[in-house]
Design a protein around this ligand. Structure first.
Ligand SMILES: [Zn+2]
Length: 141
């Protein structure tokens, strides 16, 4: 599939890398840890191709993508023990299918409501990011 020259996911450029750190590749996607960590363990599952909507995938592709999403959610759940995982696919201005995996904790930020796209508050040191990534990876096969 053709890459979109304006898309940070297709181009794998610094716009993407300013926001997130690659964790690993899964079946049909790449998993990233968000640098903004208000919601501890927040990840992003990015589909391999520049696809706008879920319904543009074939049934097999959709199933494979949702399997990746579920795997990451389970890994985040096991690693950090949130009270709920939120799933978000927006992309109004960026038509490259990706799913936000946002762990929510009772009594903490925005529990019982929608997560903020970028609270811009919680940034960590490099070794702290690597520690989170290690914990998530430990639960991904
Ligand atoms: Zn793209």
């Amino acid at each position: 599939m053709e890459k979109n020259q304006e898309c940070m996911y297709c181009m794998e450029d610094e716009r993407r890398d300013n926001l997130m750190i690659e964790i690993c590749e899964l079946g049909v996607s790449t998993v990233f840890l968000f640098k903004e960590q208000t919601y501890k363990g927040r990840c992003n599952v990015v589909y391999r191709d520049h696809v706008k909507e879920l319904f543009h995938l074939t049934a097999d592709e959709l199933s494979a993508f949702m399997n990746d999403v579920a795997q990451v959610a389970e890994a985040v759940d096991k690693a950090f023990g949130p009270d709920k995982i939120n799933y978000g696919a927006y992309g109004d201005k960026l038509h490259h299918l990706h799913m936000h995996i946002v762990p929510k904790y009772d009594g903490q930020a925005d529990f019982g409501s929608t997560f903020q796209m970028n609270p811009g508050q919680a940034y960590l040191a490099d070794e702290e990011y690597q520690e989170l990534i290690g914990k998530i990876k430990a639960h991904l096969q």
